[in-house]
Write a protein of this length. Sequence first.
Length: 374
Amino acid sequence: MYLIEWGLWQMATESEAKRKAHEAEMSPEEKKAAEDFYESDLEDIHFQPVSEKPHARGPVFAFNDTFMDMRCGGSEEKRGLLTLATLGGVLPTISVLTITALNFLWTDITDHETRSLLMVLLTVIMTSAAGAVLYIYTKYGVTYTRLEMLTSRHLLIRFNRKTQKVHLHRPSYCGGIVTFPWKTTGSTALYPEDDSLSLGMRLGLVWHPSLTGLPHMEMALLGKQGQGGSELRDEWEFIRRYMEEGPDAVPRPRLSTQLPSPVQAFSAQFEGLGRFFRKSSWLFKVVLLMVWPAFVIIGTGHWLSLLLCWRPRWPKVIREAGRPGKPVPPVTTLADYPPAIQERLLANADRWQLKPGRRPDKQTRKAKKNTPTV
């Protein structure tokens, strides 16, 4: 499910009217948090070692001396819910209403003996209902359905160490395919004091406008959910060493298939739960065993979602990047987007502006109480 990526792109390209309506619903605290970016925050972007145990938690789809492909996606474990809702609810409803309306129409046209005012009225009602449901789904529902059906099977990120570029592969409605310099890449896994926040989270990579020259911020959530500890720092260290020292500096990862594997579909639900499950009480484990049918249903929906998507394919210039004599893919700029998208990106550029200086230290409640008022 590409809900997070779609939401971030919708925010970056939001119209003025929608943005005003959204900001009107925000509380003062939410508005303050949305504007709480300081220049000192970018000092966290560094490429020093952060772990002694580099490890790729996967899925890794390709790994060689030139590039490495990994899976992205901020809500992969929830994939399948939209598929089940669409295949099990929306499409059957549309089919039943359409078939019923066509039967009424056919009867009115061919069977003159049964034609009556009531039959004509029922035909109009059924045809209107079928048309209304089909229109609503086509106008609004298809957008959500394509977040996990009839689209790319996975979001991908490619690290090309020969060209020192990072490429994101996403559908156009999630931001499209973009290219960034490796040295503009920020990570959310740098410091041991943040390890407690990694439970249930994925490794996040960030490209801020002040480094990329774009009017919006880009983000990629890699691999599997963390189980706490230093897992995310280990994964970032794996990527860092691969890009700066080469494939021999890291343990070779186990490669995953890009085919619609049922193993990937069912195991995604348990990402980030392994350590928690092992340390949980026996009662909690019994409860999980009791709800196993739900895991089977969601896993089946996830697999159907993979089956109804196609394998993503990189553009030729990115596939050949790093080979002798082949061009280096250009870095993505604002001019690469359509004029209408450029206009909206620029209109929302103030979302990512940095406040000068360093972020002020947080005051404790006691310190705030003792602060003299003027």
